[in-house]
Ligand binder design. Sequence first.
Ligand code: ARG
Length: 439
Amino acid sequence: MKLWGGRFRKEENKLMEDFNSSLHVDQRLYAEDIKGSIAHVNMLMQSGLLTQLEGEEIVKGLISILEDIESGTLPIEGNYEDIHSFVESNLTERIGSTAKKLHTARSRNDQVALDIRLYAKRKALDVINRIEDLKQSLQKKAKENNVIMPGYTHLQRAQVVTFQHHLLAYDQMLRRDKQRIENAIEIMNESPLGCGALAGTTHTINREMTANELGFAKPVDNFLDGVSDRDYLLELMSGFSILMMHLSRLSEELILWSSQEFKFIQIDDAYSTGSSIMPQKKNPDAAELIRGKTGRVYGSLTSLLTTMKGLPLAYNKDMQEDKEPFFTALDTVQSCLAIMSKMIATMKVNHETMKKAVKEGFLNATEVADYLVSKGVAFRDAHSIVGSIVIYCEDHQKAIEELTLEELKQISSIIDEDIYAFIDYPNILNKGIKVGLLR
Ligand code: ARG
């Protein structure tokens, strides 16, 4: 059934019909579509645009459709233009001509804008919960592994840190990711229902009532904007993209750390796969897939930004293309967060290899320089003295703290016995904790 057949003299071309249909994509908006319609009908009844009897009949019909979709007895399929046509046609089949009054004082333009807002809001809250889950996994793993590890810059061993501190860096990124999504929810929390096609309606409706029933802070202030705005999807997808960038960086580290070269962690078998030819291999596929799927989320954001950039006000059919990228980005983010959380919770951390890497990496070299500074040497001179110490260590296959005081004094006579405590790794970390940097 077409919602707009009256004005047409010819049937729609079959190819065009398929091209135009978005049912396969927007079918997941069914619950929001029905919920929005029920709020609309309640308002029409209260405003005297529907009788109590008509309104109740429509609401009953809509609830039965919702129940049948959810129980699987009403599959969303068939020759319908979109989910809105599907629901309305089914309603007509069920309750007859009263169904034709449902669309009073409403357009599909404000209807679809409402559906996506409701859906995006509900799913954004789910993403926030998943971020919170991952944060919990990271915090727990961090607490259990408050051990030394090399910190890196340029992927070269740089200074000593703790594994805890390293994991908690991601916890901070996720805290901001969560805030970005919360902020997007707050901004999008206005109801477009009642904007009509683009210019409101001549009927006396009550937009506050529907906004309130549907859990929005208020109705939108401008009709044209209400039906044209997709900023909130872009904003969520920007947030998702930054979040995926963080997950991708963490994935990259897990991949490196689980390699034979690092051996800092072991990813649980449940989140690894094998090679079909090389029997010895265990591949970090979960982490690699998260890193790989990041591209798909960036692509979705770029796709919708591009769709929107040249559109005049108000609704244009181009905007039907908003859903697929948003759903793709959303699904990807949801699954990546869930997998990452499990992968972190189950990974094993190898304290000994990290400790060894710290020792081999001269990660207290900066502290040796700080020691010399504390004895009155200028930092640049200290830097150069430590350079000589490191060369000496390399030549003699020793860590700095393994050199005797005599050997050290040969390079700089200023050095004394107290250097050993100064450059001791636990002591270095304790100083970091005291200034509030490392915990
Ligand atoms: N399927 C359409 C979409 O998602 C619904 C709105 C259609 N409006 C219209 N004027 N043709 O954008």
